[in-house]
Each structure stands twice: as structure tokens, then as C-alpha cells.
Design a protein around this ligand. Sequence first.
Ligand SMILES: Nc1ncnc2c1ncn2[C@@H]1O[C@H](COP(=O)(O)OP(=O)(O)O)[C@@H](O)[C@H]1O
Ligand SMILES: [Mg+2]
Length: 256
Amino acid sequence: MTRIIAVLSAKGGVGKTTTTSNIGAALAEKGKSVIVIDGNVTTPNLSLHLGIPLAPITLHDALKGDAHIRSAIYKHSSGMQVIPASLSVGALKGLNINKLAGALMNLLGAAEIILIDGAAGLGKEATAIMEVSDEMIIVTNPDLPALTDALKAIKMANEIGTKVLGVVVNRVRGHSHEISVSEIRDMLEVPVIAVVPEDKAVPKAIAAKMPVVNYSPRSKASREFKRLAASIAGEAWTEPTKRKNWFDRMLDYLAG
Ligand SMILES: Nc1ncnc2c1ncn2[C@@H]1O[C@H](COP(=O)(O)OP(=O)(O)O)[C@@H](O)[C@H]1O
Ligand SMILES: [Mg+2]
């Protein structure tokens, strides 16, 4: 059976594409067959994170009926398979996101897990992805604007009937002004399934066009993405990385 898991947030720039590409690469490293789809059809950038900028056949071709979706699958060096979206503005002409469900039907059985990197907002581009997905991961940052949007995305998923696996709190610095993990759990009323620290290895990996789990496997962000991938794959559940101890928090405080 193929599981279809969407990665959404409502807010832009919180780390959806980073989370999707890294869960995908970490699952592939575990030997899982995984297809990662760029579902952000208006402003795609998954292929830029992964170094496949000019794919000749894309999700856009499949949605327009010009190509079979399986012919838009690319094998990435990490071992995962990727369906990129077209980077051309012209490719948006005549595109109907409602065709996504039909295209995905043709992918069932092609992998154990399909991950969809979603668009920001709660417009049709994002809700169409919720509608075709069995499960959903919400990405947020530990601040009120991101959490407010995350809450809206969760409410929308509940209305549509998509199961929310939980929330990934990304770019956590451990500063006192950040909203804590327990407050986030109370506010969103879903499990916190990962707490990914702010980590320079992430932008460095994006500049190198690689998932950070491959670029810098021992970095703090990579370890958390790998732990999350293991729990998605059904391996023994472990708690998200613990909050920093008082000594580390004091060092953060002294560092301003
Ligand atoms: N854990 C992290 N540590 C540091 N920078 C991060 C982290 N996660 C994401 N970023 C940075 O945030 C930016 C936006 O991430 P991205 O995954 O593209 O967000 P989205 O897909 O939600 O718009 C990227 O440029 C990336 O470098
Ligand atoms: Mg993105």
C-alpha cells in the first residue's frame, strides 16, 4: 500500500521544502521506496533544493495530460525518487490542480511512501493536496504568526478529513522569546513529532543543492530529520530532541 503524506504549513518560508526533502532522503537511506513530489506548482523550489533545475518532464505535464506522471519521475542521488514541478511561468497556463488526484492514482504502487511538498496559503493549491493525501505533517516555527497559520491548516485538514500526523517545529533556537514546545502542543492540539534546531548546515546544504541529511549527516538538524523519518517509517517512537538544559540555555542567554 502506498501512503500519501503532505507537508503543509499555510505560512511560507517555515521549512516545508526542507522538511520534505530531508524526510524523503532519510527514508531512502533506510531502504524505503519514496517519491517526493513538488506540489507547490505556482512557486516550486523542491528541485532547486535537490539540484534538478531543468527537468524536461514535470508534474505540470502530467497535470495537463501531456505526459504520464511516471515519466516525470527522476532518480535522485540520495536514492529517493522526485517529481519536480516546472520552473517556467508559461507552464502555469491552463494548469488545473484538481487533476492532481487523477495523476496520483497512476502512482499508487510505485512507492511505499509519497511525500508532497505543499504550497503556502490555504488556497486551492494547498487544499487540493490535503484532499489527495492520507496523512499530513504541519511545519511551523516557534512564533505566533507561524503558529496561527499552522492552526488554520490543521482546522482545514480536520474539515477535509485528512489525518494530521503532527507538527514539526523548525528553526528552534531555544531563546526565551520563542513559544515553547508544550505551549505549541496545547495551542495546536496535535503531537509535536519533531523539534528541528536552527542549524547553519541547512542553508549550506541548500546552497550545495543537497538534503542536509546527506550533506551534513551528523548535524543537529539532520539527526532530528532522521529520527522523524524513522518514526514515520514505523520504527520505535522516540520523543523529539529534548529542550536544552539550563547550562546551554544560560550560554544562549549570555550570547544574547
Ligand atoms: N532548521 C533550519 N535551520 C536554518 N535555516 C533553515 C532551517 N529550516 C529552513 N531554513 C531556511 O529557511 C528557508 C526556507 O525554508 P523552506 O524549506 O524553503 O521553507 P518553505 O518550503 O516552507 O517555504 C531556507 O532558505 C532555509 O535555508
Ligand atoms: Mg517550499
